[in-house]
Design a protein around this ligand. Structure first.
Ligand code: G1P
Length: 271
């Protein structure tokens, strides 16, 4: 089973910081943001993390490659703590596929279809960090309890923010689990079917990947993952795990990235 991390986006909201550096490589406390996401994927039931990269973002691949000369130099100088950190980053089991055109999240995910090979798969969006790595196992438990159904993480958001997200319709079947009946990408505020927004963690059936092969551009002129999820509901059940906003950290805007750095730095200092 694979964990897919789309990383081919332009990072426009962070320009000019992202002019010569991928957004995914921006520092969060002590490591690039994408390293948290890779570590989360590897802490789940996934055996490999697949980054869906753009060919211009080679520094992501350099970060996850071994650097034996740097490690040896650090050890000679007695800097074992840094040597260990560099070795760790280079040892994470990551592979790459490429999205050559920015046609949307659904298209990015489909670029990894040969990797997932008819198995369920996770999708982890890098705009959100889950440093305690607990969300994917909880989603896996919900899936196991419902015959291997797809499960998406959702978060309650203020009514005036629904148009930034995918939003679900459905009904609660437990305190923190909904059975999903439909999804809509970035609805107008007065057309949203609930205030539960898709949060950036997905456990999806192999059928979703098949439906993405037929994806057509819709909202924003992009091929949307949300449309394939809505389509699969005609054939399969899907559940949503309602998460507490405190379970994840947004890094999608400069403001939220700064706030996430603050909170995680304070936590690290207390340990
Ligand atoms: C994407 C998804 C959306 C989801 C959001 C979560 O949108 O299309 O359904 O709610 O991520 O961050 P984007 O933020 O890429 O516009």
């Amino acid at each position: 089973m694979k964990a897919l991390i789309p990383a081919a986006g332009l990072g426009s909201r962070f320009l000019p910081a992202t002019k010569a550096q991928p957004k995914e490589m921006l520092l969060v406390v002590d490591r690039p943001a994408i390293q948290y996401v890779v570590e989360e994927g590897l802490a789940s039931a996934a055996d490999e993390v697949v980054i869906i990269n753009s060919r211009e973002k080679k520094s992501i691949e350099e970060h996850f490659s071994p650097a034996p000369e740097l490690v040896a130099m650090l050890r000679e100088r007695g800097k074992d703590k840094y040597a260990d950190a560099v070795e760790h980053a280079g040892s994470l089991n990551v592979s790459y596929v490429y999205q050559d055109e920015p046609l949307g999240l659904g298209h990015a995910i489909y670029c990894a279809h040969e990797k997932t090979a008819d198995e369920p798969f996770y999708v982890l969006l890098g705009d959100v960090l889950v440093p305690d790595n607990k969300m994917l196992p909880r989603m896996q438990d919900v899936s196991d309890a419902h015959g291997g159904a797809s499960v998406i993480a959702v978060m309650p958001v203020p009514a005036d923010q629904v148009s930034r997200f995918g939003v679900i319709a459905g009904e609660a079947v437990a305190d923190d689990v909904w059975k999903v009946s439909s999804l809509v990408e970035k609805p107008a505020v007065d057309e949203a079917p609930s205030n539960l927004a898709v949060f950036g963690r997905y456990l999806l059936s192999a059928r979703v990947m098949e439906l993405l092969a037929e994806g057509k551009p819709t909202v924003g002129g992009e091929i949307q993952l949300t449309d394939a999820l809505d389509a699969v509901l005609r054939e399969e059940e899907m559940y949503a795990l309602v998460i507490d906003p405190a379970d994840g950290f947004d890094t999608g805007t400069v403001e939220s990235w700064l706030e996430t750095n603050n909170v995680l730095f304070q936590r690290a200092a207390q340990q």
